[in-house]
Design a protein. Structure first.
Lengths: 656, 276
């Protein structure tokens, strides 16, 4: 005989204000099989849990329904309470009368009716629950970090320093990401390369880190603790083991006029190249599409130059398969192409540039050796106009969100310019100055007060060229009048947007993304570095626009999550797994194809003499994730899912 | 020599040489224009085989009973292109080895059976490719178009009325080559998902579930239509699902023996029109 206890939680006012909890408890107490029903302000609190435990012991309950919030919030809490009172933890069900009821309704009468239905339906389910035991699976205690920007580097170093192996995968020839392109960094104005390079070197020299550059993730299989990742290591045409990074080949390469991506096209590179001088690893790659040998079959000058014969034109892409237990995604961002603002003339006028171009101009290792020069004629600009929110906070043409870093780096640019060109003048068109952060408001104040950055509140409507000058027309909204500024250069604070392939990549590795392509965290407030896919974590600007301090903090947080996972050799898994009925399976293998975790095999059923009578599908409990895909696929209804059996679901539905 | 004579001769050769153990073809039926399947196991009996414009049934359904092909021996069978497509599906779903099926292929044109040369299912790939997207017969197409024109409510009424006639005899299931499950979902009674009594709800549940189970698998042979004692135009609903599979996922049932089931696979660029 079922003896079910129902515990109706008020969740403070969250539930009680919209659901008549007293009526719910008294109605459900009359339902067949319900032994006790009570209500309380917070069942998740200590005294609340005590009530549940006491009721289990005193009434010999066979099942428990807590009518409260989502199982994502407190299923574990109440399972633990049940176990402590001697009841199998899987004899608990949470009836979600908060997110799925009180929070979304406005009519108390109807919400109460619905809450009663939800609870009744779970009482019917729990009557059919069975004792289950969690499954233990081994954990591969090696992590993969995808993306070698500052976030990925930090996560890799943190995990490796705690003694775990890390594979750091970067698709460019060098690690470093955007931070390697920056000149000096807000809010302290320290040189970006100077603080980043030691980290890059630490990563590559770390005994626990394997850095795989020029490599891309092709496929991710498996699940938390047990992922199999296929990686394509693109052919570099240079032998990584022997190359000393002397750079002789680069000197001699005859193809010299290739616009460098790293320099945002402001400088050139050769066909065999390292993206920048401090590249890690310091091993060049051959750009197959530009190399004369690959194009015409003649040249090989680099090969002749190399003293130690490290150039290998025969090299092929290599596919490696790596087993890891956790994955940290740190694939970063890109800046939006601002050509959509035809009125700003980006792409049309050489002296209308982006903030990233400005970083390269201001960088001591950049194409102008740190001197601010106009791209068009190499002259020193006397007056620069900066346009903030060029793409951000613009639902019509750009993106709706605030890119968060542009107010800060524009202030930084104005300061750097003031430090380098003492008589230079700046005008910054802005909507608001958003400088929340440690030392941030002080930083923008310093730009205004010490470095005389000229802030104009308002938008720019048009930029055009006249007599070698750029005319910037806009409006000063504080004075309420139009302004026209004659400038030598215009710098656009373009929006931070996801990588161009962000959505495809997310689909490939199986994580969620928002409307733009930034990756979704499991919970914006409470689980900000986890994804909804167990074992895959996030850090850096791939999740949302972020500056360096935030990216690094999140990277360490993700590393902590990985290390938490790696603290045990075995992982306890939900015993929610599928099983096939041998007698009815028709052996169509539809489920084998459908299973996203490759958890279903074919099994022969033999007679006593070993003759195969029949082949049926068979679920590997170690691999099954309990997603239920196979259950819905099977036409002959031969698969059932422990914890969510057809009988349970049917009873749930029929109770409505 | 007519096609009937030619195939009787070929059947006799196949049987006497031991190439096949059985020939499945059409035989005399209860009326002049009805054919019933015949199973010929010796060359002497090939005169029982009849092939004329009345040979419309898709005989591939007779290949799947348990044990028939488990000795590895071959069976010859009279098949039209729709039958060849169902052989491909059965092969893709591991119900038979296409290497064991010798096809005596034909089609019916101008009221006459005409020969098709392929003897293996794979020989039919170009023909099947050319049929892709070819729809229903003109009369059925007209009816399908009429349904398409209707609003959702009107169409629902149409099917409600049609399904209300169903007596749950399961002839449609019995005749269909794709309905090979040893236990059909309709026979599951713990729990009983589908109501077995013949009332509107139960009938709807049965017919809609069957249509879903045939999505991307029905080859429009018309067996269900013809066998239905109360004349429900079942092919129309199955054809509608086939059209959906073709238009949305480019899936034409039975294209090849290694075709993946459309409802168990996905491509990254699959349209997601159903996600709101
Ligand atoms: C103009 C400008 C100025 C800035 N100035 C400052 C400043 O002064 N101070 C500050 O704090 N912040 C500044 N920032 C912000 C800073 O650049 C970012 O916070 C930081 O770079 C984010 O690091 P990340 O590692 O998340 O991303 P990224 O730096 O973008 O690194 C991501 C890495 O992942 C790699 N990758 C991408 N996809 C894949 C894939 N599929 N497989 C393998 N690898 C992949 C990329 O090649 C890249 O190396 C500035 C940004 C801009 C645009
Ligand atoms: S889908 Fe069903 S019938 Fe087909 S192999 Fe799997 S369990 Fe068996
Ligand atoms: S429930 Fe079925 S489809 Fe899902 S992982 Fe388990 S076996 Fe695979
Ligand atoms: S559903 Fe009907 S038309 Fe389709 S394959 Fe089966 S019997 Fe033939
Ligand atoms: S053949 Fe017709 S009457 Fe019989 S079960 Fe099928 S649809 Fe119903």
């Amino acid at each position: 005989m079922a003896k079910i206890g129902v515990f109706v939680c008020h969740c403070g006012e969250n539930i009680a204000s919209m659901v008549d909890t007293g009526r719910l408890a008294s109605t459900i107490s009359d339902h067949p099989g319900v032994a006790v029903a009570s209500e309380y302000k917070y069942f998740c609190s200590d005294p609340g849990q005590e009530t549940v435990k006491k009721a289990i012991r005193e009434n010999g309950l066979t099942g428990v329904v807590v009518a409260a919030c989502s199982p994502r919030m407190h299923e574990q809490t109440f399972r633990k309470a049940c176990a402590e009172a001697g009841l199998n933890p899987y004899m608990l069900e949470l009836a979600n009368i908060r997110e799925q009821c009180s929070w979304v309704h406005t009519d108390k009468e109807q919400a109460t009716e619905k809450a009663i239905e939800i609870t009744r339906s779970l009482v019917e389910k729990v009557k059919r629950n069975n004792d289950l035991k969690p499954i233990s699976v081994p954990v591969t205690r090696r992590a993969m970090v995808i993306g070698g920007g500052v976030a990925g580097i930090q996560a890799a170093i943190d995990i490796a320093s705690a003694g775990r192996e890390v594979v750091l995968v970067e698709r460019e020839p060098s690690i470093g990401g955007h931070m390697a392109q920056l000149s000096e960094t807000f809010p302290t104005l320290d040189c970006s390369q100077c603080i980043l390079t030691p980290r890059m070197v630490e990563a590559i020299q770390h005994p626990n880190i394997t850095v795989m550059t020029y490599s891309e993730v092709e496929e991710v299989d498996g699940y938390i603790g047990n992922f199999t990742v296929k990686i394509r290591q693109k052919a570099r045409y240079v032998n990584m083991e022997t190359c000393t990074g002397c750079g002789d080949c680069i000197q001699k390469c005859p193809v010299k006029k290739i616009p460098s991506d790293f320099e945002c096209g402001l400088g050139n590179r050769t066909a065999i190249y390292t993206p920048f001088a401090q590249a890690v690893p310091n091993v060049p790659v051959i750009d197959r599409d530009r190399c004369t040998y690959f194009k015409n079959g003649k040249c090989k000058i680099c090969q002749k130059t190399c003293q130690i014969n490290s150039i290998d034109f025969e090299q092929q892409d290599r596919i490696e398969t790596i087993e890891v237990g956790a994955i940290v995604v740190a694939t970063g961002f890109q800046i939006q192409n601002t050509a959509m603002y035809g009125e700003y003339g980006y792409g049309r006028y050489k002296d209308v540039i982006t903030g990233l171009h400005f970083e390269r101009l201001a960088s001591a290792s950049g194409p102008t050796a740190g001197k601010i020069r106009r791209p068009s004629d190499g002259k020193e600009p006397e007056k620069i106009v900066f346009i903030q929110c060029a793409g951000s906070r613009d639902a019509a043409k750009g993106v709706k969100y605030c890119s968060k870093i542009c107010c800060m780096y524009t202030a930084k640019h104005a300061m750097l310019y003031a430090h380098k060109v003492h008589h230079g003048e700046t005008q910054i068109f802005y909507m608001d100055i958003r400088a929340a952060g440690k030392g941030y408001d002080e930083f923008t104040r310093r730009a205004i007060e010490e470095d005389e950055a000229g802030y104009v509140r308002g938008r720019v409507s048009k930029v055009f060229e006249e007599n070698g000058k750029l005319i910037v027309r806009g409006v000063d909204t504080l004075l309420g009048r139009p302004v026209e500024v004659v400038a030598d250069m215009v710098v656009l604070a373009t929006a931070m947007v996801p990588q161009p392939d962000a959505k495809d990549f997310a689909k490939r590795i199986g994580i969620g993304y928002d409307e733009y392509g930034f990756y979704n965290e499991a919970h914006l407030k409470l689980r900000p570095v986890e994804t909804a896919t167990a074992g895959i974590y996030l850090c850096g600007a791939c999740q949302s626009p972020k500056d360096i301090p935030d990216s690094v903090a999140q990277a360490s947080a993700a590393a902590a999550k990985v290390l938490g996972l790696f603290s045990k050799e075995q992982l306890e898994r939900e015993p929610v797994i599928a099983s096939v009925s041998d007698s009815t399976c028709a052996g169509c293998w539809g489920c084998v194809t459908a299973c996203p975790y490759n958890a279903i095999d074919r099994r022969d059923i033999t007679d006593r003499n070993g003759n195969v009578i029949k082949r049926v599908a068979s679920v590997n409990p170690g691999l099954c994730q309990g997603c239920g895909t196979c259950v819905t696929f099977c036409r002959s209804n031969s698969i059932d899912l422990a914890g969510f059996t057809e009988k349970q679901i049917f009873a749930e539905v029929m109770a409505l | 020599m007519g096609l009937q004579e030619q195939y009787r001769k070929e059947a006799a050769e196949l049987l006497s040489s031991g190439e096949v153990k059985l020939v499945i073809g059409y035989g005399e039926g209860t009326t002049a224009d009805r054919r019933r399947p015949v199973f010929v196991r010796s060359a002497e009996l090939v005169s029982r085989l009849v092939l004329d414009a009345s040979g419309v049934a898709n005989l591939s359904a007779y290949l799947v009973p348990e044990g028939l092909l488990s000795d590895g021996k071959k069976v010859a069978v009279f098949l039209k292109p729709d039958g060849v497509r169902s052989i491909n599906i059965l092969a893709a779903e591991a119900q038979l080895d296409p290497g064991q099926v010798v096809i005596l292929g034909f089609d019916i044109e101008g009221g006459q059976p005409t020969p098709l040369p392929g003897r293996k299912a794979s020989d039919y790939a170009p023909l099947i490719e050319s049929l892709k997207g070819s729809g229903l017969s003109p009369e059925l197409q007209a009816e399908a178009d009429r349904l398409e024109q209707m609003g959702a409510a009107e169409r629902f009424e149409y099917w409600k009325e049609q399904f209300s006639k169903c007596i749950k005899c399961y002839a449609c299931r019995q005749v269909c080559p794709m309905c090979y499950c040893r236990r059909c979902i309709v026979d599951v009674n713990q729990p009983q998902w589908i109501n077995t009594s013949s009332h509107t709800l139960g009938n709807f549940e049965w017919n809609i579930i069957r249509a879903f189970h045939l999505a991307g698998r029905c080859v429009a042979c018309g067996g269900c239509d013809r066998s239905c004692p109360v004349n429900i135009p079942l092919r129309l609903i199955n054809h509608r699902m086939a059209k959906e599979a073709l238009d949305t996922f480019g899936h034409y049932a039975g294209e090849s023996a290694d075709q993946k089931p459309v409802l168990a696979t996905f491509r990254q660029d699959d349209p997601e029109t159903f996600i709101l």
